[in-house]
Design a protein around this ligand. Structure first.
Ligand code: HEC
Length: 414
């Protein structure tokens, strides 16, 4: 009786479209032979269903190469293009940021992102392309309603030809399949894929759920764009809200009721004792221009000291000022003319600098001067003095008056 329910005579069948015909086989060989026959007859919309993978079935079914690789290639190239455009636009157009006169956009640093996005887009292309080309996800298939088809997971092999096939004819296709080694009658299967198989409550759920999911989002958007006297709701508070005394507020714990405590007279933080004003600031008095004209007595101005200064100068300063100090460092050479905002470094042999007290040069390096930043983080105080000593030596080497040379020396120079 049960099998009768699926015969073409059952009333439900007449209202449902014809899916195709299905033939049943007992073994692999008959299925493969039948597949060859169907292939040679020129059918295109048909499939075989087996309990386990069969080697060579794709040849018997006449499968060509899939279109997936082309799809993946397109996705990969899209990823590559997006990566190049994204990096070029953000770095060179939207937010150009000049670093040591380097080009705003160049290929070598862009390669990792290009690689990543190419792989990412290709992976998405492969995954979703495979699903799409196989028309997945498919919630239901008409073959599932065919009682005998259940054995496909056990010990039977099936070949189904869809009615959508241009070569399909109910009687002729049935006859073709019957002429292969079938083990049961070839039967027609009705049904309309996965349309209309979802129960109504599931459909309603699928409509209502996404709308409900929008509610928290809408709430977040409203919260972000409106003000409220209440404290913000913090899902992950980290250490944002801590028990602490805020600046400029009252604190009854102290007699003066101030939260900020004044510095205790006569104390300094550990390791920050800077008693030697000359050594640490380059000044000899409290005035604006009480610059020291001599090096601190604690330093021994020997050859090793100046050599150390030359080494530090070439590492820290030469990039801008150049090794001779005339201002032709590599960074400056690269940036000059190319970027209008670049201010070239001053020549260290400028008239005013030759007469500059050593304390002032020291201060320029420690504190920065106009557009030149401070180099206090890169240099110890002693190394800074060493650089000053070297800069002074450098200046002497360039501006030595000819009159002061002895006749023999003058001969040599000429
Ligand atoms: C990033 C580039 C750069 C580096 C590195 C650099 N300078 Fe400069 N320096 C400048 C520029 C630019 C000026 C001119 C500043 C101005 O006039 O706005 C300048 C000015 C100076 C001056 C003149 C100050 C004055 O009184 O007019 C001295 C001296 C000097 N630098 C020494 C040094 C020393 C020593 C170092 C290494 C510790 C150094 N600079 C490292 C860019 C640099």
């Amino acid at each position: 009786m049960n099998a009768k329910a699926h015969s073409p005579a059952a009333p439900a069948e007449r209202t449902r479209p014809l899916y195709g015909v299905i033939a049943e086989y007992k073994d692999v060989d008959s299925l493969v032979a039948a597949a060859r026959k169907v292939r040679d007859a020129g059918y295109t919309r048909w499939d075989t269903h087996t309990p386990f993978p069969i080697h060579g079935i794709e040849g018997a079914m006449g499968f060509g190469m899939t279109r997936l690789p082309w799809f993946v290639l397109c996705c990969g190239l899209t990823g590559l293009t997006v990566a190049v455009l994204l990096q070029w636009w953000t770095n060179a157009v939207d937010y150009p940021f000049l670093i040591s006169g380097k080009p705003l956009f160049a290929l070598p640093p862009a390669i990792p992102i290009c690689f990543e996005l190419t792989v990412l887009f290709s992976a998405f292309g492969t995954f979703f392309g495979m699903l799409g080309l196989n028309k997945l996800p498919m919630l239901h298939h008409p073959l599932f309603e065919h009682e005998a088809f259940k054995r496909v997971t056990d010990d039977r092999f099936f070949l189904a030809i869809e009615s959508q096939d241009p070569k399909f004819g109910l009687e002729s296709t049935k006859a073709l399949l019957a002429s292969t080694g079938v083990c049961a009658d070839v039967v027609a299967v009705h049904g309309n894929g996965d349309k209309g198989v979802l129960p109504n409550w599931m459909k309603n759920f699928a409509i209502v759920m996404p709308i409900l999911l929008l509610v928290p989002l809408a709430w977040i958007v409203t919260a972000r764009h409106s003000t409220s006297p209440k404290t913000r709701l913090q899902v992950i508070p980290d250490m944002d809200q801590q028990l602490k005394f805020r600046n400029q507020t009252r604190n009854v714990f102290f007699a003066d009721q101030r939260n900020e405590r004044p510095r205790v007279e006569g104390t300094i933080p550990r390791g920050l004792l800077r008693e030697d004003q000359h050594y640490y600031t380059g000044k000899t008095g409290p005035g604006e221009s009480d610059w020291a004209t001599k090096f601190p007595a604690a330093l021994s101005l020997d050859e090793a000291f100046v050599a150390r200064g030359r080494e530090r100068f070439n590492i820290t300063c030469a990039a801008c000022h150049g090794q001779t100090g005339v201002g032709d460092g590599l960074v400056s050479q690269r940036a000059t003319g190319k970027y209008p905002s670049w201010i070239p470094p001053i020549s260290l042999h400028a008239e005013n600098l030759l007469a500059q007290p050593v304390g002032q040069t020291f201060s320029s390096i420690r504190n920065g001067i106009r557009t030149m930043p401070s180099y206090a983080q890169q240099l110890t105080v002693e190394d800074t003095w060493a650089i000053v000593a070297y800069v002074k030596a450098l200046q002497k080497s360039q501006a030595f008056p000819v009159e002061k040379l002895s006749p023999e020396e003058r001969q040599k120079v000429q």
